[in-house]
Design a protein around this ligand. Structure first.
Ligand SMILES: Cc1ncc(COP(=O)(O)O)c(C=O)c1O
Length: 462
């Protein structure tokens, strides 16, 4: 029998698109530790989240046992405008690397927001609409999440206020313009429009902001206004649930080709794309069906998994959110201005943190110049200009493929190509002109962040 011919791009049909999201927690041997109320230090009850999140989303956040969630029809209808996304075989990259490995990637950049973020934005805007919420607030780092949520809110007719990390706001004026197309109101963060923003500015007047600051402002802006809720583009369990569509489609497409990955690689900012991509493969691993290696890739400038502590921490800089147990650099850690803005977050999804802690997952970190070298090579060979965040996964996959070249193993590698980099040309220019630098924090610098971890009994001995 002749081997199956593998196409360059495989698109599932609309009918093959998954109709349910998969909740990875249902198959984890141990659950992530519960969110804590920072006032009482007790596990949070779901009702305590209702003033911040829409109720359906708060329930998804807290539910570790329901394995599959039906994707609402209205959400499926929007998904069909840009999904199923293609599974691509990187034939050219394989050839250029001279590797016997087979490299596949799932490309999520094929929508106006340019990334996977739309998968959760649509879901979150839908549940807000269903609850009669008229305004949402959020933060955005690189701008992809803000753009995605702007699109989703515009579709469902919801007002949106986006707090955008100041350095990205200044570096990427066109991101703001795209959000404007979808009627979002964009404010650089930290801003004088919130109490927490004024406090951060007073303490640190020259700050260029961080995701942690912008989250604090967006939460305050939601809970102090009428009929508003806050939504977050990563980290949360509910976001990983929505992003499971990436992994479910990848698995279905690979099955169609008679393939299964030996290694799954993804970049990790707050963990949403990686959590979504690995979901069904991790399910196989946890249930003993297969044993793929799972590799998270993060920037050396913001190394939450590889150098962080597994501790309870605030999800934001202003310490207004509940506390989550996760790998963290401390909510007071302000990362250097790494160009992959979406990976500049001090913490990591509690689900991924737990899986990493329990050794179901590995993590590596790279300096940004080596990441951009991989990005440029990939762009030339595969005709997609990757987002700097996504380029971390490319670099991770290339390194795995090079190991195969040395060992002669014909492994199957799957990685997540989360988005495109057309708004990141300042970063590409810096790389090409040789002015890009690599900042790897010293142990002393990291200690300053760890010193901001909450001094609570749960963190004793970490
Ligand atoms: C293109 C892209 N990839 C990856 C990420 C990282 O986020 P997450 O870890 O939640 O997938 C971001 C975040 O902004 C992004 O914009």
């Amino acid at each position: 029998m002749s081997a199956k011919k593998i196409p360059h791009r495989l698109y599932l049909t609309e009918d093959q698109m998954p109709r349910q999201w998969y909740n990875l927690r249902a198959d984890m041997p141990e659950q992530p530790d519960p969110l804590l109320n920072p006032g009482t230090l007790r596990p949070l009850a779901v009702e305590e989240l209702y003033p911040i999140f829409c109720e359906a989303l708060a329930r998804q956040e807290m539910d570790g046992s329901k394995r599959y969630y039906d994707i609402p029809e209205e959400v499926q209808e929007v998904y069909k405008m840009y999904r199923p996304s293609p599974l691509i075989r990187a034939f050219n990259l394989e050839k250029a690397l001279g590797t016997p490995a087979k490299i596949y990637y799932k490309f999520e950049g094929n929508n106006t927001s340019g990334s996977h973020k739309l998968n959760s934005a649509v879901a979150q805007a839908y549940y807000a609409k269903a609850q009669g919420i008229t305004r949402l607030t959020t933060e955005t780092g690189a701008g992809q999440w803000g753009t995605a949520l702007s699109e989703a809110c515009s579709y469902f007719g919801i007002d949106l206020d986006v707090f955008m990390v100041k350095c990205s706001y200044e570096q990427k004026p066109f991101r703001k313009a795209v959000m404007g197309v979808f009627d979002a109101n964009v404010t650089p963060s930290p801003s004088p429009t919130t109490e927490v923003g004024r406090k951060i500015l007073a303490e640190n007047p020259g700050t260029t902001g961080s995701l942690g600051c912008a989250i604090s402002e967006a939460v305050e802006s939601a809970v102090t206004a009428g009929n508003s809720r806050y939504v977050l583009g990563s980290v949360l369990n509910q976001v990983l649930l929505h992003q499971s569509i990436i992994g479910l489609e990848s698995k279905a497409a690979m099955e169609e080709l008679g393939e299964y990955p030996d290694v799954v690689v993804g970049c990790a900012g707050g963990g949403s794309n990686l959590g979504g991509l690995i979901a069904p493969f991790m399910q196989d691993k946890l249930t003993g069906k297969h044993d793929p290696r799972i590799v998270a890739v993060e920037p050396a400038s913001c190394p939450s998994l590889t150098r962080g502590k597994y501790a309870y921490d605030f999800c934001d800089t202003g310490k207004v959110t509940p506390m989550a147990r996760m790998y963290t650099l401390g909510s007071g850690f302000i990362p250097s201005a790494n160009h992959a803005g979406g990976l500049r977050y001090h913490g990591m999804s509690p689900i991924l943190s737990k899986l990493y802690h329990d050794k179901f997952m590995e993590a590596v970190s790279y300096r940004q110049t080596e990441v951009f070298e991989a990005a440029v090579l990939f762009a030339k060979l595969e005709t997609i200009l990757p987002a700097p965040e996504s380029a971390h996964a490319i670099k991770g996959a290339i390194d795995e493929a090079m190991k195969c070249r040395e060992s002669g193993e014909e492994k199957t590698i799957l990685f997540g190509l989360t988005g495109t980099g057309y708004f990141d040309m300042t970063a590409y220019e810096a790389y090409l002109s040789g002015t890009m630098s690599d900042h790897v924090p010293t142990d002393e610098e990291l200690q300053k962040g760890f010193d901001t971890l909450p001094d609570i009994p749960q963190n004793k001995g970490i």
